[in-house]
Ligand binder design. Structure first.
Ligand SMILES: Cc1cc2nc3c(=O)[nH]c(=O)nc-3n(C[C@H](O)[C@H](O)[C@H](O)COP(=O)(O)OP(=O)(O)OC[C@H]3O[C@@H](n4cnc5c(N)ncnc54)[C@H](O)[C@@H]3O)c2cc1C
Length: 464
């Protein structure tokens, strides 16, 4: 792993211009070899065309590019994987240098303190693999190739979440290249405003070049999925929403109504089918977990993979796409779902419908996610009972328009049960950032951003 020596960083970086950086190959402009690969987002429907792309391999490289961009009056956008760049999909990036953190990766686990230190572009798969060698895991999301930094900047909703809270609040230290090109370490005691803002406040405060995380002591976990044909959706959706009302905090699950094209690379139980899937984790011993799941298993799923598995395998339970896809989405946070709400959801995506979506998902919130975490960052809690997330495959601009309309139609149909709040990591459109935070927190975040980045060098496209 690259180590970060802050004193050395401060003295060794010379003031390079963008032209200097281009001459050394550290910066790529349109038309140059490597520009297209470096700007390519995981979400292939997001076509970012910045004025230049840098692919730093060290913290010093990040400092040099941020200073050069600011000196040239350009803005800076950070991208680790491009899972969450939707808010910038239609923005002009003519005045933007994209800092692509694909080469600034690395993980070190300290089993004694149960912490991991990760570099700014590191993906969850690498962290979980390193942690699991010590019988540990982390508050990761559903996909191995999502970036740790982007996920915690947006809060982070994990299958451990109802028990252990918002992932951002497991961060214990961050190192950030700020708008003036300084490398600042922030913890609860040093630079507390920056530390607070990084944990759930979005990326507008700088480039996160490293962070430290508290790990969870689970070597294995009871987890898996249950699958039925979509014809069973009316009873399954009703049973799950009823079940989630009393499910213990040790359980975090998702329900998706999914549609798959007939593709040879898909397993037969998915290829060409409409299905309803419940998946997640139950942080209990086997007998208790079986008792908790009994009401769902009583619906006799066609596939039932729930069992005790190594905790590292939890990253594969949700069956997220293993490679980049073009996709568009819409999202809402919902309150309690009564019979009318279930009927409205089924009217959109239930048996016989042709929504055009790859899936419509309800993730169960509540528990520790809903409680005000004492020493929390900018996202102290998630409001609401469920996160609704609707996604459509969008291989062409026309398909993107149709897909967005299809996703919005489900969100609109659920408006009666919607809250104003949104979860940042599920929001792929430009929205008012105050929808992510409690009022006081939003005001504080705006102040912290203005103090750290008075020229507005950093932009994420989301949340104003
Ligand atoms: C298949 C899939 C599964 C997902 N599962 C979950 C899930 O289970 N739970 C959940 O909460 N979310 C989930 N997400 C959403 C995901 O967490 C967000 O899209 C997240 O923002 C992705 O972070 P990233 O770094 O991979 O993406 P990027 O698109 O690279 O970055 C996303 C945002 O973070 C900023 N950013 C990234 N890295 C840095 C950095 N080092 N410094 C400063 N800013 C940075 C970017 O500027 C951008 O604003 C999922 C998304 C997909 C596509």
């Amino acid at each position: 792993m690259n180590s970060i020596d802050l004193d050395q960083t401060a003295t060794s970086v010379r003031a390079a211009t963008l032209d200097d950086l281009e001459a050394t190959g550290a910066l790529l402009r349109p038309g140059s070899e490597g520009y297209d690969a470096a700007r390519a987002a995981w979400n292939l429907a997001v076509d970012l065309r910045p004025a230049a792309v840098a692919v730093p391999t060290s913290v010093e490289d990040v400092v040099a590019v941020v200073r050069a961009a600011a000196a040239a009056g350009l803005r800076v956008v950070t991208m680790s994987t491009g899972h969450g760049m939707g808010p910038l999909a239609e923005a002009s990036l003519d005045d933007v240098v994209l800092v692509r953190l694909i080469a600034l990766t690395g993980t070190t686990v300290d089993p004694e303190t149960r912490t991991a230190r990760v570099l700014g572009g590191t993906q969850w798969g690498e962290v979980v693999t390193a942690a699991s060698a010590h019988g540990l895991t982390a508050l990761h999301g559903s996909a191995p190739d999502v970036g740790v930094a982007g996920y915690v900047l947006g809060g982070g909703l994990s299958f451990f979440g109802r028990q252990h809270g918002i992932a951002a609040n497991s961060v214990t230290a961050v190192e950030v290249v700020t708008a003036d090109g300084s490398v600042v370490r922030a913890t609860a005691d040093e630079q507390p405003d920056l530390f607070w803002a990084v944990r759930g406040g979005g990326g507008g405060v700088g480039v996160v070049v490293a962070l430290e995380l508290a790990l969870l002591p689970y070597a294995d976990v009871f987890a898996g999925m249950l699958l039925w044909d979509r014809e069973r959706a009316p009873e399954v959706v009703r049973a799950w929403t009823e079940w989630t009302r009393t499910a213990p905090e040790s359980v975090t699950t998702s329900l998706r109504v999914m549609s798959f094209p007939p593709l040879p690379e898909l397993p037969p139980f998915l290829s060409g089918r409409h299905v309803v899937v419940i998946d997640g984790a139950v942080l209990e011993d086997d007998d208790t977990a079986a008792a908790v799941l009994a009401p769902l298993r009583a619906l006799e799923p066609e596939v039932d993979t729930f069992a005790r598995i190594p905790s590292g395998q939890l990253l594969h339970v949700h069956m997220d796409p293993p490679a980049p896809v073009p996709a568009v989405s819409d999202h809402a946070v919902l309150g309690e779902l009564d019979d009318d709400a279930v009927a409205a959801f089924l009217e959109q995506v239930g048996p016989g419908t042709t929504s055009g979506l790859m899936f419509a998902e309800l993730r169960h919130l509540g528990g520790a996610l809903a409680r005000d975490a004492g020493a929390a960052g900018a996202l102290r809690r998630f409001e609401g009972d469920y996160a609704l997330y609707c996604i459509a495959v969008a291989p062409t601009p026309q398909a993107a328009v149709a897909g967005k309309a299809a996703a919005y139609q489900v969100v609109r149909a659920m408006a009666r049960w919607s809250r104003v709040a949104l979860l940042p990591t599920f929001t792929e459109a430009r929205v008012d950032g105050s929808r992510f935070h409690d009022g006081e927190d939003w005001a504080r975040l705006c102040e912290v951003r203005a103090a750290l980045d008075p020229q507005g060098t950093f932009t994420t496209g989301v949340g104003g």
